[in-house]
Design a protein around this ligand. Sequence first.
Ligand SMILES: [Fe+2]
Ligand SMILES: [Fe+2]
Length: 152
Amino acid sequence: MNVLDVLHHDHLEVAKLLDKAAEETDHARLAKLFQSIRQNFEAHAHAEEALFYPQLQRIGSKAADAVAKAIAQHGEAIIILIEMAKLTPGEHQFASKLKAFTHAVQTHVKHEETVMFPLMREHFPQEAESMGPETKRQEKAFKAEGDGKDLR
Ligand SMILES: [Fe+2]
Ligand SMILES: [Fe+2]
């Protein structure tokens, strides 16, 4: 299973959840969607930083900037999630932060898929093919760890 397929599938999944959240008017359902978005995003970012990014870093300077930018983007997005967790979905600020988060994720996904994915395909086609299952395993483990914990 190719790691780029796993990551792309995750990107689509989060985009779908964000679309749903943008439309959701019921506060309880929006709170649930938010938990799901946060869990998915954090597990995905964690797995990328554990496997995909370190592999790309082996390319050297050509990939270093792209990886540094991606890690900074993860950080920015996670800060918005932490701020959102302190709010209730009914609050006005929650909606504007959801928009900011959605925008941050879109920019980040574009960076990964147009800059980082091609680097991986070019330099490590074989590794990409075999890294998929471990990426999934890391995501699952991260989610299991978070289950039962109050993310606030
Ligand atoms: Fe990603
Ligand atoms: Fe990412």
